[in-house]
Design a protein around this ligand. Structure first.
Ligand SMILES: [Fe+2]
Length: 141
């Protein structure tokens, strides 16, 4: 094990798969990005690096949410509105973190990652994206 690498924030395992290949790849990449961001905070990386990683997370999430939204539209998903509201809320929070990142301490950002983003992702995958995955599978049967 490399000496200075902290344990990853998120350990990916296949219980997180929702069964739609692109969504699963995007979730995996998001977990990797959050792990990278976490490592950068633990090592007190330059603020510019932290901001760049946060922006990459935001950009990836925007692409991912748009993809899910297209799929939901294509099958006339009944829970679409509540699902989209959750997405919108997260985007708002993430944008506000990026807006005032310079005034935050690393510990505060780390806590936000550990106690909010990490659990948001894991919880969202289990309880919101998995039901969508099932509906997608049904719609293709
Ligand atoms: Fe989602």
């Amino acid at each position: 094990m490399a000496e200075n690498s902290p344990p990853p924030l998120i350990e990916w395992d296949d219980s997180l798969l929702v069964g739609e290949t692109t969504i699963d790849e995007q979730h995996k990449l998001l977990a990797e990005q959050l792990n990278r961001l976490h490592a950068s905070l633990v090592h007190h990386a330059q603020l510019e690096e932290v901001v760049a990683l946060l922006k990459a997370v935001l950009q990836h999430i925007e692409i991912h949410f748009a993809y899910e939204e297209r799929l939901m539209t294509s099958i006339g998903y009944k829970n679409m509105n509540s699902h989209l509201a959750l997405h919108a809320h997260l985007l708002e929070d993430l944008r506000s973190v990026i807006r005032d990142v310079a005034s935050r301490r690393y510990e505060e950002l780390e806590e936000m990652l550990e106690n909010y983003l990490k659990f948001w992702l894991l919880d969202h995958i289990q309880h919101v994206d998995k039901p969508l995955g099932l509906e997608l599978k049904k719609s293709m049967a």
